[in-house]
Ligand binder design. Structure first.
Ligand code: TA6
Length: 282
């Protein structure tokens, strides 16, 4: 039997719900082209979505998997994390078979984006749901006639029961830029990263997959095309300063992001770039 994809109202915004094998599901919003939910066959929600998230497009939706483009964080003059998070995307494709469901959303430059960033582009995000995994592919095409460069990320908010109890493997030996220590470059020496305070790091050139060991919510995390891995948890004080997070929100999330942050991607006219992140329930 072919799996179904339905258009739903999610907190007042239009979203697509992919119904996957064995009761799994995933939801992607047209606002921001943002994945907002992923439920595995055991009935567990795997993504963190703040109960105080704002869905009116005035700010980015806090949680799920925001798409940051054409600027990661504050690495330039554009609004933080670029401008795609608060824009409406259109539905480009929806397809399903017996064991997968897939949706592609797209967006292109317009008068407003060109005022901020004077380039012609087309971007697409494809979400594929299978029984135990989601695969998110982001593509950017330069539709103009001059090269441009960009940074960006798939800013995945992973749900955890207690962030202090999880351990992240796979980053040993990599250098990272530590935003909590004046952007100092530090070499990771631990086999496991344990979150014991604010963490805001860009790990450079990570070629191995990561494993988030988190009891019943453990995940394998793999990326392609994105050279960097960002790990972020705001901890108590920075979380309290975020109007769209509950006071204890920091405890239930860990962002593990596929990013191109250290070195901008240069895209010649007519060319296309791809990056992806795959999350696998283990
Ligand atoms: O990716 C990590 C980061 O850049 C952090 O520095 C933190 O500020 C976070 O993103 C969230 O940014 P936002 O604009 O969504 O509040």
């Amino acid at each position: 039997m072919t799996l179904s994809i339905e258009t739903i109202d999610f907190h007042g915004i239009e979203a697509l719900r992919l119904n996957g094998p064995r009761g799994s599901s995933a939801t992607i919003s047209r606002l921001g082209g943002q994945v907002l939910s992923w439920v595995t066959p055991d009935g567990r929600e795997r993504l963190y979505l703040s109960e105080r998230a704002v869905f009116d497009g005035s700010v980015a939706i806090r949680g799920g998997i925001p798409v940051c483009f054409p600027q990661f964080a504050g690495l330039g003059k554009l609004p933080k994390h670029g401008f795609l998070r608060t824009r409406m995307w259109s539905v480009v494709a929806r397809r399903s078979g017996e064991d997968y469901a897939l949706v592609t959303l797209g967006i292109a430059d317009d008068e407003e984006t060109r005022k901020l960033w004077p380039h012609a582009f087309k971007a697409e995000i494809t979400l594929m749901l299978e029984v135990d995994r989601i695969d998110l592919e982001f593509s950017v095409e330069n539709t103009g006639n001059a090269p441009f460069d960009f940074t960006g990320a798939l800013h995945s908010y992973l749900r955890v029961v207690q962030v202090e109890d999880v351990a992240l493997e796979g980053l040993r030996g990599h250098d990272y830029r530590d935003a909590t220590a004046g952007d100092r470059i530090v070499r990771e020496t631990g086999t496991e990263l344990i979150v014991e305070g604010e963490v805001d790091r860009v790990y450079h050139d990570v070629r191995r997959p990561q494993l988030l060991k988190a009891g019943n919510l453990s995940l394998g995390i793999q990326s392609q095309g994105f050279p960097d891995v960002v790990v972020w948890n705001p901890w108590v004080d920075k979380c309290a300063a975020l109007a769209d997070m509950p006071a204890d929100g920091w405890r239930h999330m860990l962002c593990i992001e596929a990013a191109c942050a250290r070195q901008p991607v240069v895209l010649p006219p007519g060319e296309e770039w791809y990056g992806r992140q795959t999350l696998v329930a283990v």
